[in-house]
Structures are given as structure tokens and as C-alpha cells.
Design a protein around this ligand. Structure first.
Ligand SMILES: Nc1ncnc2c1ncn2[C@@H]1O[C@H](COP(=O)(O)OP(=O)(O)O)[C@@H](O)[C@H]1O
Ligand SMILES: [Mg+2]
Length: 1078
């Protein structure tokens, strides 16, 4: 896409009006108000058509930056807000592209900003014109010529701290490409009187102060100078220091600039020597001396200063001394020497100083020109920048002011001529009818000054050349005669009675009504200054100097070139150079910068209406606007006009295809602008009233707002749409990704399902195949078996006739025998151990041997038991018999039994024979004792137990006292009929006696023993062996016991734990004895 070019206009965002031709109503007040409004908004530039009005802001504004340069570069004049850069750009481009030589005319009062403006123009042109090492050097030299000339040619005045005291016109030369080649500087009339005398509050030229403050001590010593300003008579003391000006720094800048411009070291040195000499000349003082012949003579007071000057300049001291004392006049080959009085000597001294300095200045200009001269002979394009001293009105105005103001008058003249001419030319060019405009033409004032017969300058020259006594007064008299009737000339002495009583006009003065105001001139000094007389003795002394620069400055001092003709007067010289300048300017395309001073105080932000009003008046700015507006206030080429307003009409918006003029016609018709309001030129549209333009502007503004809304609307639509499309695109991407993902998942699922289904089907198929194969195999096997049987049957059927009918039985019996044989042989090896308690017995191998196998087991067991028994001794046999008896009696009947199985039956627990205590008892029992044991006899009355010895012999049961061994009871076994005991884990037992027997008188015994089982068993066996009767043993938890006459029930109760593990016995009542068994 091509870069969109933003077309702007001066009319955009303007403060007040940027171009005064648009002012409505057009009068002085609105003019000033507009300037003021713009000034207050830091807009110091305003146009009148192509003329730039510049108001000095007296402070640095940020509008001269490189960015600004870029902004204004290659832009049309009315495209941006008014600026000096716009004018510079216009001039430069028109020079480069249209081959038109340009001049930039900067006018305005002293201190209005002319010099600054000229520097801005030059720096702008330097910034935009070609680049490259060579070009840059040229630019640098051109720019650096400024500080040098300013140092020597500028001074502080009451109006301006940096006032140019000379006129300067600089031609910058360019090649066909617009690259700078070099330049030529012309200078006009330096105000040399300043060298010897400065008005109050002003200074001498900057360079004097700069040397004294900035030069090194060494250098000052070489120049025989001292730093102290007060040492020098030529330096005005009351304002030696200027606020904000650093003379020392400026001195360095100047030296640097001189070096860049191309001054050789020895040249710089010579220049400063001359400056020093001028300064020191002021210190030479004279005293009067009377001579014998009665003539006044003067003498130098202190020759020291003179000596130093001569050393500095290489002048013979006596020659100079003589030149200050004598004057030689040559007339008709005759030399007459007259002495100088003191006043004449001072005059001579000052004339020398002024001449030295002003010639030095001219030499500097020439020298700079030599450096910046274009090095080629090709045709050059030229841009001239004129920065001339501004119109000056002081309290005391002298010859200098007269000359300066004459020059300004001439510039105003050329301004009027050129603007009018240009305006007229434009109308003719554009084919528009020209209407005459009234304006003040200052040609008449110019004529008053420069007319060859009656002009003031001509008369001054006449006076100067006239033989006889000539004074300023005679000059004024002459003026009064010749100019009295002139409208712009005023004098007290004139024949015209108008000013006879005007006390503001002293007799020694005349007044001229300049275009810029009335100025009163003191005639004193006019003649001298115009003569610009330097005694020949002095110029010859200078020529004789052993100093090449000074020698060169005074060529007329060369006696070989003696010229008796008077040199042209200052006035006529100036008039001639101004005339040349004007001629030069007329050949160029003029560009005007009209500088205005907002106040007299050099202060920022102060806008003095009256002061500005005065300047506007004499600059004729209002007339300038009127001329510009003659008939038509505003004009614009068709293309930019159409470009700017095309949006106001449907046919021209957005594009107009035809020629621009036709487009503008259509546009203006459409907008119904009254026909008398505009005119069509050849290339421009002319608009009569600013009103119409503003209406167009308002319409445009309104339309722009609508368009902005439209653009905004379209942009928003576009933005939303692009966003929507983007989102849609994104959504599709997301959806596609998601779908892909979902499909992937689905596919994976289907795939795995398919694999499962497939595997099932394959499995099913494989199983089916396997089944079929198995079936097939079984079929094959079955077929084989059937075939085998069939073959067997066939074979048996075949062979039956060869076997006896019972062959099968034989085979069966044989087989059986073989099996039984095998069984026994195997059993032999598998026999279990001989231990009767071994339960192992091999498994049966054949079912048909089941009963045999069991029988074999029983037989084997009996056999191994017999084998076991055969090992026993008789005693062992007896013990086992007893144990066996006990088992039969009590096993599974009495709870006490299992505990007794492991206890061997000892019988005689109490060794009666060995214990002497029981000797009597032993003796009483002569039979074999089977049981001797201590038992508890239960007292029938209370259930309490008493220890008794229980003895069992072959025939009797005895109970004896445990302590004494006395027999308490003796019962023959035949009288014991029953033994009762509980089924529980206790040792209680009752011995029931036969009723009516001898022992039964006391009743049955209720005993308890630890060896109940053994005792009962032995009792039973002994009874059986003696009486051949089985003793009745009753096992019951409740039995009756005979106590004397009564029968008492002994009842066993389980569970009481009162006495630990010991069963307790308690008589409950007459009939019940309770035994608690734990
Ligand atoms: N454009 C400007 N911006 C800032 N200050 C300015 C500008 N123009 C002039 N001045 C100030 O005004 C002073 C006088 O300007 P100058 O150009 O020397 O006046 P002129 O040459 O017209 O006598 C300058 O020294 C400077 O301080
Ligand atoms: Mg100036």
C-alpha cells in the first residue's frame, strides 16, 4: 500500500488567522489583536500572503529543532502553520527547481530580530541543501563567517544587545543541484563613529571587550594590552558588561570561527594587532603648546603609549608623532605645512582610529569573501540574504541615522514596488481584472534624500566640495532654501512658516517625515562625516608601517600613487552602493520577512500594543494586506483547493477524474456560492471575501467530522469483521482439532472393539475347528476301537473253536491268583511297626480284597499285641490287670478316672511295718496288706473329716486311728455290699455294710481318699477273689448312706469354689449331707 499522504493546511488549528489576508474585518485593531493573540500562543510568525511577519519573542522557542526542519522540508507554503522555515523552504525550492534567483529581505527596527532571522534562514538552507564533505565545508565556512563579522561589526545599543552596526548582504551561490558552492558578502557603511564614542548605555564593538576578557595573558602581553577595561578611553564604561553575554567564551568562538573560515595564524595575529592599536590610540593625549610665531601647537602628553603603538604596528615613532602635529596641504604643486592645535590633533587621532577600524572591517569582509568564494566558473544560482540595520530613531540622530534610515526607506520602496508588481503580475497571469488600490508610496521621501539635484545628499556633497568656509550650519541653511516646500521636510529656519513656532524643533536640526515616522537630525557633524577626512600625513604614516596589513589598509598613503582628486564622500558612496543593491535585488525573486519588536524592554511575553501599532503603520502592513486582497482576499491553486474541499460535493468525492479547475467549478456550483464571491484564474481560484473561505472551512470541518464518523464506522465494522473472521477461523481450527481428537478416540474405541469382536470370532472359529478336530479324532478312535473289537470278535469267533470252553475262567483264576500274590508280596514290604498303638495300615489296593484287608489288619494287630504282652513279667501282668479292671469299672463313668490312668497302683502307701508307731497295728494284722492308706472319715453329724488309716487285707477292711494305730473298725469283706461314689472329680465314697452284720452297727462309712480309683478297684478284686461275688459299685451324684438308724442322702453339687480345689462337705439337715465339688 502506498504511504498515505496527509494533506494539512495552514487553516488547520490556526490561532486567530495565520494569514492576515483572511482577517475579517480588516482594520488596525483586529490586525493587532490577531498578532497579539498569536504571540500569546507562541505563534510568532504570521503571513500576509507570502510575506512573513515575525515578532521577536525575546526568548528561545522550541520551534527551530532539526525535527521542525524536517517537518517543513519539501512542504508547500500554506500547508503548515506560518514559519520562517516555510519561507526559507519555498525560496530554496524555487531556486533549486525553478531556477529563479532569490533574495530574502529582512526588515524591521533595530532589535526586531533581523539578524536572528537571517541566521535562521541560512541554517535552514544549510540543513536542507546537499550533503557531503566538500559541501559541508562550504556550509561551515558560510555559517562561521557570522560570528566573525558580528564580533567586529555588532555592538550593544539601547535597543539591542547585539545590534548590527553595518549592513550586510550575503549572496549564497548554489550549483544546478542546489548544493552550495560558496558566497559573497557585501557590507554597507559600518557605524565607525562608535569606535571613538558611544552614546550612553551603549558599548563599543564587541571585539574590544572580547579580546580583553578572553585572550590569554600571554597574548595580551604580546598585544601590549591590559585586561582592565577602564584603562582605555575608547571603551564606554557604564555598560561594559552585558547580561547574559560571555565575552571570553565569545572570543574563543570568534577565534575558532576565524580558523574555520580560513584565516592564517599570522593574519589573525595582525588583525588583533590592529584592534589593539586602535584601542591604544584612544589613550594618546595632547597638550597645548604655544609657539614663537603665535600659532597654537599641540604636544603628546605621554609618549609611552605612542611608542607601544609604534612597536605593535611597526611604524616609525617620529613619523607618527609628526603626523599628529602637522598637516600638509598640497595645492598646485605646492606643499604647505601647518601645525595642528589640540582639537585638531584629537580630531586626527580619532579619524585615524575610525579609519583603521572601518578599513580593517572591510578588509575582513574581503578576506572572508576570498575564503568562501565559489571555486568554479559554472553558472550559479544565487540566494541573497539582506540583513541591514533597521530603522533608527534616537534622541540624537546624526549622519549615521540619516544614512541608515535612507537605506530603510529604499528597502520599503522596493518592497512596495515588488509586492505591487508581483500582485499585478499575478492578476495578469491569471487573467483576472486588476482593480486599483490606494497605498502610501514612499518614493517621494526617497526622492527628497537621493535626488541628484535637490536631494539632501546631493546638497551635502555640494557643500563639502564648495570652496570657502563650510560648516554644518551653512549646510542646514542650504537645506532650508532648497527643501522648504517639501512635504516631508521640516525645519525651523525654512521659509515655510509652518514650523516657525515649533519649539520641539531646535534651530540646529531638520526633521524628515520618514515612512516609519518623523526623525529629527542634528546637522552637527554632517559635513565632517560626509567628508570622512583623514589627513594625508596620517595615511602616509600608515602606509610606511612595517606591518603588511596596515600598509594594505592605506593604499592612498603611497606617495607614488598620489591622487589629488578628492575621494568620493561617504554619502555618495553609500548612495551608489544602495543603488547597486537595489538593482541587484530587483533581478531576484523577493521573499520578505518583516520583523516586529513587541516591546522596548527586550522582555519576553510583553506585547506593547502601541509600539506594535506604530510599526505596523510605518511598515504599511495593512496596506500590504489590502493590496494583497485587491478584489480578492484569498487565492489558491486549483489542485490544493480541490484536494481540500472535494469532500463537500458528491461529484468530487472521493475522486475527481477531470481537470482540477472543472472540479472546483462543480464544487462551487454545488455549494451554491454566489458568483460574485469568486473568480476563476488560469491556475488559481480567487475568493473575494474571507467569509466565503471560512464558510468553506466550516463546511469542511463539519464534513470532516461526518467523514471521521464514517471512517470510524467503517473501521469499527472492519475491525469487528476481521475479529469475527479471525475468531471464526480460530473456531474452525479448534473444531477441527477437537473433531480430529474425538474421531481419533472414537476410532480407537471402534478399533479395540473390532479387535475384541475379531478375537472372539477367531476364538469361536478356532474352538469350532478344535471341536471338529476332536470329534474327528474321537470318531477315528471310536472307529479304531470298534474296529479293534470287531477284529477281536472276528478273531475270537475265528479262534473260539481252538480254545476249550472254560479257558476264560482259567485265565480269570490265574489272573486272580496273580493279583493276590502280588498283594501279599507288596503287603510284606509295607507292614507298619510292631507298636500296638500304631494306627497306620496301608491302603487297600483292590476293591475285591476289602474284607481280606480288614481281617488282615485285625489279625496283625492281635498278633502284635500278643507279642507285646509276651514281654510282660507276672507283676506287670498283675498291675495291667488291675488297671484293666479299673478301666472297666470307671472309664466314662467317674470323672476322676482319667487322672488315675497314669498313676501306678502302689497299694501300701503307708509303710506300716517300718513305722514303729504302728507296731501294734501290724501285729494285729497278720495277713498280707493290700492297701494301707490314710483316708478322711466324714463325720456323719457335721460332715467334718477325720484322718484314718485304711487297711485292706485279704479278708478285711480295717479303719485305724492315724496317730495311735488303734483299730477303730474291722469289717470282713463279706459284709461290704456296695461302694457308692459320685460321677464327679472327687474322692468321696461310701462303703455300705450288710445290714445286720457286726460292723453295721455304727452305720456305713463315708470316706474320702486321694486314691479312690485304686482303692475301689482293689476292693472290688479282693472281694471277688475272696467271696466270688462281684462288689456292687454304684456311681451316682445322690445316694443314701445308713447312719445308725437314719438314712442320710449325700448329694454332690458342682461349682462351689469356696475352699479352692478341695471338695467340702456340709451337713444340711438330718437327711442331707451336701458335698460341694469344685
Ligand atoms: N526568533 C527569535 N527567537 C528568540 N530570540 C530572538 C529571536 N529573534 C531575535 N531574538 C532576540 O532578540 C535580540 C535582537 O535580535 P537581532 O536579530 O539582533 O535584532 P536586529 O538584527 O533586528 O537588530 C537577539 O539578540 C535575541 O536575543
Ligand atoms: Mg541586526
Amino acid at each position: 500500500m502506498a504511504k498515505m499522504e496527509v494533506k494539512t493546511s495552514l487553516l488547520d488549528d490556526m490561532i486567530g488567522v495565520g494569514d492576515m489576508v483572511l482577517l475579517e474585518p480588516l482594520d488596525e485593531d483586529s490586525f493587532i489583536n490577531n498578532l497579539k493573540k498569536r504571540f500569546d500562543h507562541n505563534e510568532v510568525y504570521t503571513y500576509i500572503g507570502s510575506v512573513v511577519i515575525s515578532i521577536n519573542p525575546y526568548r528561545s522557542l522550541p520551534i527551530y529543532t532539526p525535527e521542525k526542519v524536517e517537518e517543513y522540508r519539501n512542504r508547500n507554503f500554506y500547508e503548515l502553520s506560518p514559519h520562517i522555515f516555510a519561507l526559507s523552504d519555498e525560496a530554496y525550492r524555487s531556486l533549486r527547481d525553478q531556477d529563479k534567483d532569490q533574495c530574502i529581505l529582512i526588515t524591521g527596527e533595530s532589535g526586531a530580530g533581523k539578524t536572528e532571522a537571517s541566521k535562521l534562514v541560512m541554517s535552514y538552507v544549510a540543513a536542507v541543501c546537499g550533503k557531503g564533505a566538500e559541501v559541508n565545508q562550504v556550509k561551515e565556512q558560510l555559517l562561521q563567517s557570522n560570528p566573525v563579522l558580528e564580533a567586529f561589526g555588532n555592538a550593544k545599543t539601547v535597543r539591542n544587545d547585539n545590534s548590527s552596526r553595518f549592513g550586510k548582504y550575503m549572496d549564497i551561490e548554489f550549483d544546478f543541484k542546489g548544493d552550495p558552492l560558496g558566497g559573497v558578502i557585501s557590507n554597507y557603511l559600518l557605524e565607525k563613529s562608535r569606535v571613538v564614542k558611544q552614546p550612553r548605555g551603549e558599548r563599543n564593538f564587541h571585539i574590544f571587550y572580547q579580546i580583553l576578557s578572553g585572550a590569554s595573558e600571554d597574548f595580551l602581553c604580546k598585544l601590549k594590552l591590559e585586561q582592565d577595561f577602564s584603562r582605555y578611553n575608547y571603551l564606554g564604561l557604564d555598560s561594559a558588561k552585558v547580561n547574559g553575554v560571555d565575552d571570553a567564551a565569545n572570543f574563543r568562538t570568534v577565534r575558532n570561527a576565524m580558523q574555520i573560515v580560513g584565516f592564517m595564524d599570522h593574519e589573525t595575529q595582525s588583525v588583533f594587532e590592529v584592534v589593539a592599536a586602535v584601542l591604544k590610540l584612544g589613550n594618546i593625549e595632547f597638550k597645548p603648546e604655544s609657539r614663537v610665531n603665535g600659532l597654537d601647537e599641540s604636544k603628546i602628553k605621554d609618549k609611552n603609549e605612542l611608542k607601544e603603538i609604534c612597536e605593535l604596528t611597526g611604524i616609525d615613532q617620529s613619523v607618527l608623532e609628526r603626523a599628529f602635529s602637522f598637516r600638509t596641504v598640497e595645492a598646485k604643486q605646492e606643499k604647505v605645512s601647518t601645525t595642528l592645535n589640540v582639537a585638531q590633533a584629537y580630531y586626527a587621532r580619532d579619524a585615524l582610529a575610525k579609519n583603521l577600524y572601518s578599513r580593517l572591517f572591510s578588509w575582513l569582509v574581503t578576506r572572508i569573501n576570498e575564503s568562501i568564494k565559489a571555486q568554479t566558473k559554472v553558472r550559479k544560482k544565487v540566494m541573497g540574504v539582506l540583513d541591514i540595520y533597521g530603522f533608527e530613531i534616537f534622541e540624537d540622530n546624526s549622519f549615521e541615522q540619516f544614512i541608515i534610515n535612507y537605506c530603510n526607506e529604499k528597502l520599503q520602496q522596493i518592497f512596495i514596488e515588488l509586492t505591487l508588481k508581483e500582485e499585478q503580475e499575478e492578476y495578469i497571469r491569471e487573467g483576472i481584472e486588476w482593480t486599483h488600490i490606494e497605498y502610501f508610496n514612499n518614493a517621494i521621501i526617497c526622492d527628497l534624500i537621493e535626488n541628484n539635484q535637490t536631494g539632501i545628499l546631493a546638497m551635502l556633497d555640494e557643500e563639502c566640495l564648495r570652496p570657502g568656509t563650510v560648516t554644518d550650519d551653512t549646510f542646514l541653511e542650504k537645506l532650508n532654501q532648497v527643501c522648504a516646500t517639501h512635504q516631508h521636510f521640516e525645519s525651523r529656519m525654512s521659509k515655510c512658516s509652518r514650523f516657525l513656532n515649533d519649539t520641539t524643533l531646535p534651530h540646529s536640526c531638520f526633521r524628515i517625515q520618514h515612512y516609519a515616522g518623523k526623525v529629527m537630525y542634528q546637522v552637527e557633524g554632517f559635513v565632517d562625516k560626509n567628508n570622512d577626512l583623514l589627513y594625508r600625513d596620517l595615511s602616509q604614516a600608515m602606509w610606511k608601517a612595517n606591518h603588511s596589513l596596515i600598509k594594505a589598509l592605506f593604499p592612498e598613503g603611497n606617495p607614488a600613487k598620489i591622487n589629488l582628486k578628492r575621494p568620493p564622500t561617504a554619502g555618495s558612496q553609500f548612495k551608489a552602493s544602495v543603488a547597486t543593491l537595489m538593482k541587484n535585488l530587483q533581478t531576484k525573486n523577493p521573499n520578505y520577512i518583516r520583523c516586529i519588536k513587541p516591546n522596548d524592554k527586550k522582555a519576553a511575553h510583553v506585547f506593547n500594543d502601541a509600539l506594535v501599532c506604530h510599526q505596523i503603520r510605518y511598515l504599511g502592513l495593512l496596506e500590504n494586506v489590502r493590496v494583497r486582497r485587491a478584489g480578492y482576499a484569498f487565492r489558491q491553486a486549483y489542485e490544493p483547493c480541490l484536494e481540500r474541499y472535494k469532500m463537500l460535493c458528491k461529484q468530487t468525492w472521493p475522486h475527481w477524474r477531470g481537470p482540477a479547475r472543472a472540479g472546483v467549478e462543480v464544487l462551487f456550483n454545488e455549494l451554491e456560492i454566489p458568483e460574485e464571491e469568486f473568480s476563476f484564474g488560469r491556475s488559481k481560484i480567487f475568493i473575494r471575501n474571507p467569509r466565503t473561505l471560512f464558510k468553506l472551512e466550516d463546511l469542511r470541518k463539519q464534513r470532516l467530522e461526518d467523514l471521521a464518523t464514517l471512517i470510524e464506522k467503517i473501521y469499527r465494522g472492519w475491525k469487528c469483521r476481521t475479529r469475527f473472521l479471525l475468531m471464526k477461523k480460530s473456531q474452525i481450527v479448534i473444531a477441527s482439532w477437537y473433531r480430529r481428537y474425538a474421531q481419533q478416540k472414537k476410532y480407537q474405541k471402534i478399533k479395540s472393539s473390532a479387535i475384541i469382536v475379531q478375537s472372539y470370532i477367531r476364538g469361536w472359529k478356532a474352538r469350532k475347528l478344535l471341536r471338529e478336530l476332536k470329534h474327528q479324532r474321537r470318531c477315528n478312535e471310536a472307529a479304531t476301537i470298534i474296529a479293534a473289537y470287531w477284529h477281536g470278535t472276528q478273531v475270537r469267533r475265528e479262534y473260539r473253536k481252538f480254545f476249550r470252553a472254560n479257558a476264560g475262567r482259567k485265565i480269570y483264576e490265574f489272573t486272580l491268583q496273580r493279583l493276590i500274590q502280588k498283594y501279599f508280596l507288596e503287603m510284606k514290604n509295607k507292614m507298619p511297626s510292631l507298636s500296638p498303638i500304631d494306627k497306620n495300615w496301608p491302603a487297600r489296593p483292590y476293591l475285591f480284597l476289602d474284607s481280606t484287608h480288614k481281617e488282615l489288619k485285625r489279625i496283625f494287630h492281635l498278633w502284635r499285641c500278643k507279642k507285646y504282652r509276651d514281654q510282660f513279667t507276672d507283676q506287670q501282668k498283675l498291675i495291667y490287670e488291675e488297671k484293666l479292671e479299673a478301666s472297666e469299672l470307671f472309664k466314662d463313668k467317674k470323672a476322676l478316672y482319667p487322672a488315675s490312668v497314669g498313676q501306678p497302683f502302689q497299694g501300701a502307701y503307708l509303710e506300716i511295718s517300718k513305722n514303729p508307731k504302728y507296731k501294734k497295728l501290724k501285729d494285729a494284722v497278720d495277713e498280707k496288706i493290700i492297701i494301707a492308706e490314710v483316708v478322711n472319715k466324714i463325720n456323719r453329724a457335721n460332715g467334718k473329716a477325720t484322718s484314718r488309716i485304711f487297711l485292706l487285707t485279704k479278708n478285711n477292711v480295717l479303719l485305724a486311728d492315724q496317730k495311735s494305730g488303734n483299730i477303730k473298725s474291722e469289717v470282713p469283706l463279706g459284709d461290704v455290699i456296695k461302694v457308692s461314689m459320685s460321677s464327679q472329680n472327687d474322692g468321696f465314697f461310701a462303703v455300705h455294710l450288710k445290714e445286720g452284720s457286726g460292723a453295721a452297727g455304727k452305720g456305713d462309712f463315708l470316706l474320702s481318699s486321694d486314691h479312690l480309683i485304686e482303692m475301689a478297684t482293689k476292693l472290688y478284686r479282693t472281694t471277688l477273689s475272696q467271696t466270688k461275688q462281684k462288689l456292687n459299685i454304684e456311681i451316682s451324684d445322690e445316694f443314701l448312706v445308713q447312719f445308725r438308724q437314719d438314712k442320710v442322702c449325700v448329694k454332690f453339687i458342682q461349682g462351689s469354689q469356696k475352699n479352692g480345689n478341695i471338695p467340702t462337705c456340709k451337713r444340711k439337715n438330718n437327711r442331707l449331707l451336701e458335698v460341694a465339688v469344685p
